[in-house]
Write a protein of this length. Structure first.
Lengths: 344, 262
């Protein structure tokens, strides 16, 4: 136990050399492997020019999963209602465009984020007094209420048929062409990068650390004087805003919004994506989205009627043998391999 | 040894924490009944009593974990009955728990940093990395060093033996620099060979802070406390110096005899 520090007596002035302190002081630095997903995304652009629509959908799923990771993976807010915010963002963009009020895309995303944040804040004020199963059910209820609300307000939302609209070009220059999705892909990638930089900054900040504390032991957080509920509400609101941006992107890149954006199905899918990839680790969202969508794509080609069976089996395996998802499994193997290499 | 921190307010021998007719019922059970209690600055006060006497409930009422059914809690003369647990921590009331409440997945250093970050009020900051607060990390390391935990600062709490975890529980609480410290059986579950580490740490606490300790081990009580309150069935049964309590035949009957100590 007293392996490292015992050999090195410390002075009270500087603990920077202590391994435990060094870990904390360096944790937020960029690692070389963090560039891989982004380089891969750029490589994809050139390698698969005919699949950029699929690529944009994938990037949107990554952003959506990332928003869930902030709430579920970091703060431990158990939710099945993330689609409420995705749908709010999508409808905010869609309705503004459909009624010709606002079609400029970046402003549209800001509105989508704000609309979703308002819903997140308002529902969070009530929901986050609860925890566990109660919380899970209430998040479900919020989604169901919004979905039914959108369904009943057929006159404004288009009901089950949804809304078709046209979004103005990005920066007034780059058009969203349904046949060649270059703009959609690069635009989505840019938005994802900005949102990712935000989330990354957040999780390594003192605020992000306190969210981890809340997940690890909420009672202890109360006992060290942390305003737990305020932190949770802020986190939930930010998570909602990010999900709203994902929904807004989805509406913009498809020129279409319908009730599916608010469905329980979508909440469940994003949860599966995050669990597959590994929650509470930022890049789990990336890996989960890639694995899920690629599996969906290929399994649906091989077994059009029963492709979800393969996905279900994979989920069972992950739940049984890799609690921390694919990324967590990778970390374990890496550590084991690294330990062996270090020993030899 | 120099104290870890100096007094934040007031002078010694002033009442820090006070309860007036404090009661708490759970249904028909009167867990705590009409307790009038005072804890002065610099107090070293032990709270003893048989199992189920309401000791932990009393601490929960003092710290705001539970609201009282009746009565008031005052901190330095100010009514804090309606404040939340977190607000009371900010006002200088901190506690340890009978059963560890730690961030088990985080390192020992992270556990202590969490408390310091909250205390200095930077835990809401979103736009700079926590690792840049070297002042927080240095302070945490310094505290861990005084508690002889520096060599395991990097380890995850869940990997530590229970005795060490208990010490981390104490470290987190000390990191809050409280004016009033409530210790709920700090050495419970710790092998007797290790319990002295915890008790040494408790004895080295700054002299000006008020300390209330729940403890079953009478040797510890007599070594540490200057005053002892005996709680039986939720009410104060006796109060006095350790000598007086030891000599009190009724106390021996209800408590000391039963526990097999003295």
């Amino acid at each position: 136990m007293s392996d490292v520090a015992a050999a090195k007596p410390m002075t009270s002035a500087g603990f920077a050399a202590h391994p435990a302190a060094r870990v904390l002081m360096r944790r937020h630095r960029l690692h070389w492997w963090e560039f891989i997903p982004w380089l891969a995304a750029i490589a994809y652009y050139f390698a698969f020019p005919h699949y950029l629509g699929f690529g944009a959908e994938l990037l949107i799923t990554v952003l959506f999963a990332l928003s869930l990771d902030l709430a579920l993976g970091y703060a431990g807010i158990i939710t099945l209602g993330q689609a409420a915010f995705f749908g709010t963002g999508a409808y905010a963009v869609g309705m503004l465009a459909y009624y010709g009020i606002w079609t400029e895309p970046i402003g549209g995303l800001v509105v989508a984020a704000l609309a979703a944040a308002v819903i997140g804040f308002a529902s969070g004020l009530v929901l986050l007094r609860t925890s566990g199963l109660t919380l899970l059910m209430l998040t479900l209820c919020v989604t169901a209420l919004l979905e039914q609300g959108a369904n009943m307000a057929r006159g404004i939302t288009g009901g089950f048929d949804g809304l078709n609209f046209t979004i103005a070009p990005v920066f007034g220059r780059f058009e969203f062409n349904p046949l060649f999705a270059n703009t959609q892909y690069l635009y989505t990638l840019g938005v994802l990068l900005v949102c990712y930089a935000f989330v990354r900054t957040l999780v390594y900040s003192p605020f992000g650390q306190s969210l981890t504390g809340i997940r690890e032991n909420i009672l202890r957080m109360h006992a060290i004087g942390s305003p737990v509920r305020r932190r949770l509400i802020i986190c939930y609101t930010l998570s909602a805003a990010l999900a709203g941006i994902a929904g807004g992107l989805s509406a913009q890149t498809n020129d279409y919004v319908n009730l599916a954006t608010l469905s329980l199905d979508r909440s469940a899918t994003v949860l599966i994506v995050l669990i597959l990839g590994g929650y509470g680790r930022l890049y789990g969202a990336f890996i989960g989205a890639v694995v899920y969508l690629v599996l969906e794509h290929f399994l649906a080609q091989i077994y059009p009627t029963a492709w979800q069976l393969g996905l279900g089996l994979l989920l069972v395996l992950i739940a049984l043998f890799a609690r921390n998802g694919i990324l967590g499994l990778g970390e374990t193997l890496w550590r084991r391999y690294g330990a062996r290499r270090g020993a030899s | 040894m120099a104290p870890l921190w100096g007094p934040a307010w007031g002078v010694m021998s002033e009442t820090r924490l006070e309860t007036q007719a404090l009661s708490r019922q759970f249904g028909a059970l009167k867990a705590v009944q009409g307790i009038n209690f005072k804890l002065d600055a610099g107090a070293r006060h032990a709270l003893i009593g048989p199992n189920g006497a309401g000791k932990t409930t009393f601490i929960n009422l003092l710290t705001g974990v539970l609201p009282p059914s009746q009565g008031r809690v005052l901190l330095a003369g100010r009514d804090i009955t309606a404040t939340t647990q977190a607000e009371r921590v900010k006002l200088g009331v901190a506690r340890t728990f009978q059963i560890n409440r730690l961030f088990r997945g985080l390192s020992v250093l992270e556990n202590v940093c969490m408390a310091i970050t909250e205390r200095v009020g930077s835990a809401g900051s979103m736009f700079y990395p926590a690792g840049r607060r070297t002042d927080v990390i240095d302070e945490a390391m310094e505290l861990l060093q005084t508690l002889k935990l520096a060599d395991i600062a990097r380890h995850r709490v869940s990997e530590l033996p229970y005795g060490r975890q208990r010490l981390v529980e104490l470290a987190i609480t000390i990191a809050l620099k409280p004016e009033v410290l409530l210790l709920d059986e700090p050495a419970a579950g710790v092998p007797s060979a290790e319990s002295h580490i915890i008790l040494d740490a408790v004895e080295r606490l700054p002299a000006h802070i008020a300390v209330l300790i729940i403890e079953h081990d009478m040797d510890v009580v007599f070594r540490f406390a200057k005053r002892v309150t005996v709680l039986v069935s939720g009410a104060i049964f006796a109060e006095g110096t350790p000598r007086e309590i030891e000599a009190n035949p009724q106390v021996r009957e209800v408590y000391l005899g039963q526990a097999g100590h003295a």
